[in-house]
Structure formats: structure tokens, C-alpha cells
Ligand binder design. Sequence first.
Ligand code: ADP
Ligand code: MG
Length: 590
Amino acid sequence: MGSTLFVIWKKNKKLIIPLLLFAAVSGVMMPLIVKCEEQVVDVILVFLEGAPVSWEIISPLLFLAGGYACTYLMPVLAELLYERLWMRLDTYFGRQRIGKMQRIQYQCTEDKEVLDLYARIEKNMDQKLGDLVRNFCDLLSAMIGVVGFFTIICSVSAVSAVIFALLFIVLLFFADRSAKNFFSLNRQFAETERRVVYLDSVENTKQYAHEKKLFGFTDYINQKRSSFLLGQRKEMRKYDYKYGLTFSMIDTAGYVCTVLLMIAMLPGVLQGRISIGLFIAASHAAANLNLSTQNKIRTVFNGLMEQRRFWKEYNDFMALPDQGGMAAEGEESGAAAAFESLEFKDVTFCYPNGTKVLEHMSFCMEKGKQYALVGENGAGKSTIVKLMLRLYEVEEGEILLNGRNIREYGQQELYRCFAAVFQDFSRYYVSVLDNIVFGKTQEPDRAQRALEEMELQERISRLPDGVNTHLGEIYEDGVNLSGGEWQRLAFARALYRDAPVILLDEPTSALDPIAENEIYNHFGRIARNKTTLFITHRLASARMADEILVLGGGRVVEKGSHDTLYGQNGLYRRMYDSQKKWYTGEGKEA
Ligand code: ADP
Ligand code: MG
């Protein structure tokens, strides 16, 4: 947290210095006003005894009025500064956080804990940024106020000051304890909250509407939800009870001491050592010491505790490893324009959690040929794609693009070689055209061609706004496509990209085997001149490929055309035969 504070301080001195000043002044103001009240009471008494109106009588009144005006005006001004500070911090930290998420090692983005951490940071950042400087300023003004009140009490009774100091130390001790307790409760509640938020999201999405109706989920969800919340409320009540009692006892002790102080002052008042004004001021100071500081100090302690946790999580997130290891961007070798080959050479790979996927695997893809990568679910097909895109590093062996290790290319240069459609392809809720050209300069003609090639142009031309129609239900005029249509749109996006290598990682696995077969064949025809890698666990979809790579036991065990492989009587043939029934209507896919 310290380093973050330093950054915030360095970048925003011009806003923080006045805020600290305001805080200090408002801290000084509290006891000063009490002191002013003392003077006012004394001069009014003098005035009532018949003294003429003079500057000595009027000035305390003016000071008091000024003091009040100050205490009411300053927070308004401070609010404006806080608002500006918040905007600056929000922009700065927002950028840091998003930038980090983009740079971060790919494997972190597949890690649920990292994703949770990120979600927590994103959710809490607004509030934490708003409160950070405020917490320190509040602490500063409370502490200055306390010192001021002590000074006033000290001036009438040193013994009382010592008693109040002890009481104050007890207050600090319990404020700290209650903050820690509150903090650990909140941590506990975070888990409950995650569950409730999840249940709410189930309840609120349209997605499961029929299922929820049919199975009566709503009652189940409501019941779960209230049992979570009830448990939380019970814990909270316990906390409230425990600390509510403690603090009201401290409070009561404070008031008893105040009364004792008043009694202790009486002889002084009678002897004229203590003026009526001072008597009132000191009583006020003692009462204030409890009332105004207690709440403030508790809030600040709770706030700082939360801040500490938040910034620890933030720093943990920022310290996660970056993707790194890429060659510097800029030194283009024209790999995308002059694609020749992509080769896996004796590659061994294991996920960070120890799952061994590839072992001494080799294969080569050459320009202009169509390849199919087949293998059962979990054989490692998608992993091969992730390795090609350098989302993970290989441990042993190398991946060569045009004969050079892919590590020697810049990230953008490497990415320009590939267009891909993945299993969980995205449905972007933007216009049809933007779905295709996404982030690239718009070339509507080429986009049209891609749509035509995917046989979507007719469907799109029937939409109210043609290619400019918004897709998805987040728009009032938004149109939704069917699953198959979304899929073909994703293919059109890949075609438009015009990269030399197209990767299709089972984007059609949600379709039935026959539909997948059709769409792969169709795509194979239109992408004839490209280097294409069709990935599938359904062997019939791979038939038209020039070369089929059969993945088994972490390596390519067979390769060749369909006819060759089928003739070999190996793994390919066994799998092919066992899948035959998927296409004849005899059996369902296992
Ligand atoms: P396929 O695409 O052939 O179905 P994958 O390449 O997705 O198979 O997965 C290969 C193996 O690696 C599977 O056993 C899978 O459970 C495992 N795996 C996939 N992703 C990860 C990951 N991020 N961390 C750990 N293991 C993974
Ligand atoms: Mg896969």
C-alpha cells in the first residue's frame, strides 16, 4: 500500500496538499470554536453587567461566526477537490489495470483465481479510490481535534486530562479490534455475496427462462438466497451487539468523566479561577472528545483496513507475470505476406498444473495445403493451437514459422499469420459489418464477399438495416441470429482477415456431425488456396483434407490422406469405423 500511496501522492500533489490543509484546518477549527464559545459567553456576561459595546465584545462573536462559516464551507470545497482527484485516480488506475490484463501471461487468463481477483479489483476500485485520501484526511483532522480538546481540558484539570487520555487509548484499542473483526466478517461475506450474485444472475438471465419455469428453479433459488443472507445477517447481528455494547460503554464512561470534570471545576468557578465561559468550553471539549471523534475514528479504522486489503490484492494482480519473451515489435520480416511453412519439431508440453499433453510431437504444414488435425476429446488439439499462437511456451523442442522459431517474431507479426475460429467463438453485439471487420479498416466489399462465401448474404439482406443492423438483444432494434448463423458469421470474420493460415478449432462442435461435415467441406472449397488447419474429433469432417494428422498419446501417430490412412488399419481406421454410425442415423455421438 505504501508504494501506491507514494505514486498517488507524487502524481496529485496539487490536489492532495489543499485537501490535507483543509483537513488540518477543520481539525484545528473544532477546538477553536469551543474556545470561541468560551470567549463569547464571557463577553456576554460582561455585557450583561453593563459594559459598553466595544471591539472586545464584538470580536469573539465575529470569530465564532467566521468559524462556523468555515466549518460549513470547507467540506463543500473539499468535495470538489475529492471529485477531481477521484477522476484522475480512476483514469490512471483504470488504465493500469486494463493494460495489465492485456499484457498478462495467457495462462493467468485461464486461471479462475486470477479472474476472480480481477473481478474483485474492478468492482471495488471506484469506492476504494474515492475513500483513500479521504480516510487519511479524516484521520488527520480527528487527531488534531483530539489534541485541541485535550489542551482545553488540560488547562482546567490535568488529572481529568489524564483520565480522558486513558479513555481515548481504550477507544483506539477497541476501534482497532472492531475494524479487524469487521474486516474478517466482510471477507467471509464476500463468499456469500459471490454465491448470491451468481444466483441472482441465474434468476435474471433470459437464457434459462424455459428451464427455470419448467423445473421451478425460482423457488429453489429464492430459498438458497435467503438462507445465505440469513446466515450473514446473524453474524452481523452478533458483531453489532458485541461492539455496539463496547462502544456505548466507552461512551457512557466518557459522559461520566465529563460530569466528574464539571464537578471538579466547580470550586474553581466559585473561586473565580475558572470563568463561566471556560467551564462551558471545557465541558463541551470533554463531550466532543467522545461523541465527534469516536464515530470518525471507527470509520477511518475500518476504511484503512479495507484499503490495505484492496491495495494488497491490486499489487498482487499487478505483480502477476507478463506474457513476455516476445521479440520486439517493429522489426517486420514479412512473415504473414510470405508464409511458407509452420513446423512443430519434437515439441513436449505440459500445463503449469502438471497435465502432460504433448510428448515429442512433430508435424509440418506447408503453404497452400489443407490439413486436418484429428484426435479424441482431450487429446491436445486445442493446446496445439495455443502453442502456435504462443499463448504458452513449449518446454522442449521448437515451433518454426518459415524455418525460424516463433519466439523470434513480434506478437503482432505472428498474429497476422493466423485467422481463427474457435470452439467458443464470440458473438459480438455490434453491427453485422463490425462483426466481420472488427477493428480493421472497413472494406465493405470484401466483407460482402466473405458473407457471400459463407452463404449469409441473403439472410443479412433481409435484416432491417442490412449489414448495418445491430446484432444481439442489448439494442432496442437488435436482431438475434440463430446458432448456425452466428457460426457462419464467425467464419466470415476469419475469411475477411485474409491471413495466410486459417485455424478452425471445432467451431462447429455444437452442431451435429452431419452439419459439421457440410460446413467444413464448404469452407474447404472456398479456402482452397489457403493453408488451413481443420481441427475436429469427428473424422468424417476431415476427409477432404490433403493431409490428416492423427493425434494420439501426445504425438502425431499417423498422417496421410484419408485413403492412405484408411488403408493402414491403424488408429485412424478404428476411430473412423466406430464413428460411422454418427452419419447413418444409427447412433448418437458418444
Ligand atoms: P482437445 O482440444 O483435443 O479436446 P485440449 O488441448 O483442450 O484437448 O486439452 C488437452 C488436455 O489438457 C486435456 O486433458 C485438458 O483437460 C488439459 N487442459 C486444457 N487446458 C488446460 C489448462 N489451461 N490447464 C491445465 N490443463 C488443461
Ligand atoms: Mg479442443
